[in-house]
Design a protein around this ligand. Sequence first.
Ligand SMILES: [Zn+2]
Ligand SMILES: [Zn+2]
Length: 223
Amino acid sequence: MAPEAGILFDAGTGLFRARDLLQTTTLDIFLTHAHLDHIVGLTFLYDVLYDKEMERVTVHGRPETLHAIETHLFSQPLFPVAPPFEMRPLADAVQLADFTLRHFPLKHPGGAVGYRLDGPGSSLAYVTDTTANEEEPYVREIEDVDLLVHECYFPDGWEDRAELTGHSCTSPVARVARRARAGRLVLVHMNPLNEEQDPIGLDAARSIFPATEIGYDGLELEF
Ligand SMILES: [Zn+2]
Ligand SMILES: [Zn+2]
């Protein structure tokens, strides 16, 4: 989340944290795709926004993502009360205060988009879910970004599984960061069943791209 701009990427189970982080009276949520771990938090918005005077809450996504949410997540048996936001199909470039937001396609079963947010003097890219590969076209979209937030569901050695499920192993993500000349890399969307302290092999990543760290709940990053 970029709280000073009221921008949130995806709406997973961590969305409840927006209640304390929100600093604006507008909220723009940009969805990468409609898999449940990225949208289920939309159903928390009644509680998250309770007592807050919001001018506008907008959920942005590909038309097929918004359609899936409307027909499935907010279908009568699942969530019969109309959600407290408007939905807007993604525009090529979205201008929000001093920030410009662009999106680009990612390879993932069912499709997904990544985002790049350029602000005054700094930039951020958010890439999930996808199978990292430095030869993929998305790498050009994130060139020279200051902060790259990239998924890393598997450690090295799980390449077949990564390809099958549309997720990433550690070393290919680090190579993407190096090829894109990112300033730093923060790894997210790790397999939650892997509870080791270093679930993805941080040393392997740092041997390729030294400025790598593991994202955790509540981590605050300046960019
Ligand atoms: Zn997914
Ligand atoms: Zn996911």
